[in-house]
Design a protein. Structure first.
Length: 129
């Protein structure tokens, strides 16, 4: 049986998916294929109920945050859309507080780190040396 999960260019989220922590609707535990509504074939075809959805554009990426619910529970679906290519992760609602603590810590560290400094020389820098 051929895996439907590409193994190249693994990201942090891909690794979480492989460990079964996150189910992205395409690849997850046992590499099961999901329906349009996010449920895996054979697990029931109940439609997810969308409780709230918000979007934010960051540079060339569009992020959608959708709090949803189905008979298996409540979850946050985060979708990244870049030039028509979409990737999504699903976070069970029981993990949202932990995710928030991590994001808040990342924001704090980013603010404390100050402006980003480039490690690359420009043409004008190299001519003055």
């Amino acid at each position: 049986m051929k895996s439907i999960c590409p193994q190249k260019n693994k990201t942090f989220f891909d690794k979480l998916i492989n460990f079964g922590i996150i189910f992205d609707g395409k690849c997850g535990p046992k590499n099961q294929k999901a329906n349009r509504n996010g449920s895996v074939a054979g697990e029931g075809s109940d439609v997810d109920i969308e409780l709230i959805t918000e979007q934010v554009q960051v540079e060339r990426k569009l992020f959608s945050f959708s709090l949803r619910q189905n008979p298996r529970g409540r979850f946050l679906k985060i979708t990244e859309d870049v030039g028509g290519r979409r990737d999504a992760i699903i976070i069970p609602s029981t993990g949202l507080e932990s995710i928030r603590a991590i994001v808040e810590n990342m924001i704090k560290v980013d603010a404390e780190a100050g402006p980003i400094e480039s490690n690359y020389e420009t043409d004008s820098d190299s001519s003055t040396r």
